[in-house]
Write a protein that binds this ligand. Structure first.
Ligand SMILES: [Zn+2]
Length: 446
């Protein structure tokens, strides 16, 4: 009886769960997975060729030579709205300029909610920015419990690890002491950073090799550029960026060789009072309005992105919608006010529809494609072209015209957007079956 009940439940609820049809046209190359690489406290002012860092007293500061960190598509002017670690990480993953750590935990608030709904596994290796709600968004995360270079405490938190991933992360947790053995000063900061880069690279390579068809979003955080800025001063801060430039290459190569989208960014930058200041800062009143604290890098590599330098002013909240656009995922971020930066070589149309409709895509009176689902993605359409979408069902045909200057979202759902008659019928049926089943089970027990 129980088995019948479970099967009935599964059959009925499967009607309610939305399904996605992905239709890729014109044979475009898309990334299957992505790496979001966040460097804590990494100001673009300190290495972008177009920018120059200035101290609070007006003196010019040193700049890092960091060629490996200027690949692919580079956005020159990107600012964080709040140069504070937890808040800025929340802005990055929600696309919302007024986000905080609590909002990250809300349903459908983050990029991780969207990737999960589209069959991705969310993995993370984080030294900072790994607050509780951020960890909760991950299927598995290797993270630093504290930000202590003296006694680092590394932990793993897992919900649904891909086979073998827990063991791999455990190996990397155990490797941390060997990275720091008998090393002090700036080299210790660098070694700590290198550990998370190497661990993340191992995670990416294990996914590619052992789970080649599994899409993934890997979030990486490197913590000690920030600590170096706070504790060592402006000269070592710049040298640590140059160290990062060398150590970063391995993960860049992994992304490039395997057509994985790579996003390099930061939560916030860093400011110094004077040249040769021994301590820097970013969030206190003294520093928080300085461009050196606000400007962050945004450098991206993806097989479907146009490479080159992009000027114009952007915000940290634009990162999440841009990442989703590059992955051809709809920007269904509940709170986002950021907009996708147009870096994709083509446009995609994301359609929501009642699944009783047949949705077809037309260009110049010719039908290009058609499908039926509650969510459809038509990817790979040439930019600056026009298309017509038709949704045909028992109640007639609805049409929408779209001009593709960028990705577009179209809805053929009823305006209430709530639960349709069919879904309501299914829910009532499920409830009847559950209650009926409980009565039957109770009778059997009695
Ligand atoms: Zn930070």
């Amino acid at each position: 009886m129980k088995k019948v009940l479970i099967i009935l439940l599964l059959l009925l609820t499967s009607n309610i769960v939305s399904a996605v049809s992905e239709i890729t046209l014109n044979d475009v190359k898309r990334p299957q997975s992505a790496i979001l690489f966040i460097v804590d406290g990494f100001g673009s002012s300190y290495y972008y060729p177009e920018l120059a860092p200035i101290a609070l007293d007006g003196s010019a500061l040193l700049k890092a030579r960091a060629q490996n960190l200027t690949f692919g598509t580079r956005i020159i002017y990107v600012k964080t709205p709040h140069p504070v670690t937890g808040i800025a990480h929340s802005v990055i993953v929600t696309g919302y300029s007024d986000a905080n750590e609590e909002i990250v935990g809300y349903p459908d608030a983050t990029i991780y909610d969207v990737t999960r709904q589209h069959g991705f596994v969310n993995l993370a290796v984080m030294e900072t920015g790994d607050f509780s709600n951020m960890r909760q968004e991950q299927d598995i995360i290797l993270f630093a419990e504290n930000n202590s270079l003296d006694k680092p405490g590394i932990s793993i938190q897992a919900k649904s690890s891909p086979p073998g991933m827990y063991e791999l992360m455990y190996d990397w947790k155990m490797k941390m002491p060997s990275y720091l053995n008998n090393i002090s000063g700036r080299e210790r900061y660098r070694a700590y950073n290198k550990w998370s880069i190497d661990a993340a690279n191992a995670v990416a390579n294990a996914m590619i090799k052992d789970h080649p068809s599994q899409k993934f979003l890997l979030t990486v955080n490197v913590g000690e550029i920030d600590s170096g800025g706070h504790n060592l001063g402006d000269d070592d801060y710049v040298r640590l960026i140059e160290d990062l430039d060398r150590d970063f290459y391995s993960i860049y190569k992994t992304a490039q060789d395997n057509d994985i989208a790579l996003f390099l960014t930061a939560d916030h930058g860093m400011s110094f009072a004077t040249k040769n200041a021994r301590r820097g800062g970013h969030s206190s009143d003294k520093y928080s309005s300085k461009l050196e604290s606000l400007r962050i890098p945004l450098v991206m590599l993806s097989p479907n992105a146009v490479s080159g330098v992009v000027s114009g002013e952007y915000g940290q909240e634009d990162i999440a919608p841009t990442l989703l656009s590059v992955l051809d995922l709809p920007s269904h971020l509940q709170y986002a006010d950021g907009k996708a930066i147009n870096i994709k070589k083509y446009a995609s149309i994301f359609v929501k529809a009642d699944s009783q409709y047949t949705v077809s895509l037309w260009n110049d009176g010719r039908k290009i494609s058609e499908s039926s689902d509650s969510e459809l993605v038509f990817a790979g359409l040439p930019l600056n072209t026009s298309y017509t979408l038709k949704a045909t069902g028992a109640r007639g045909t609805y049409e929408e015209h779209v001009s593709l200057d960028s990705d577009k979202q179209v809805s053929f759902r009823k305006p209430d957007g709530g639960i349709g008659n069919r879904q309501m019928f299914a829910i009532i049926l499920v409830l009847i079956v559950i209650i009926g089943g409980m009565i039957v089970i109770k009778r059997i027990k009695d």
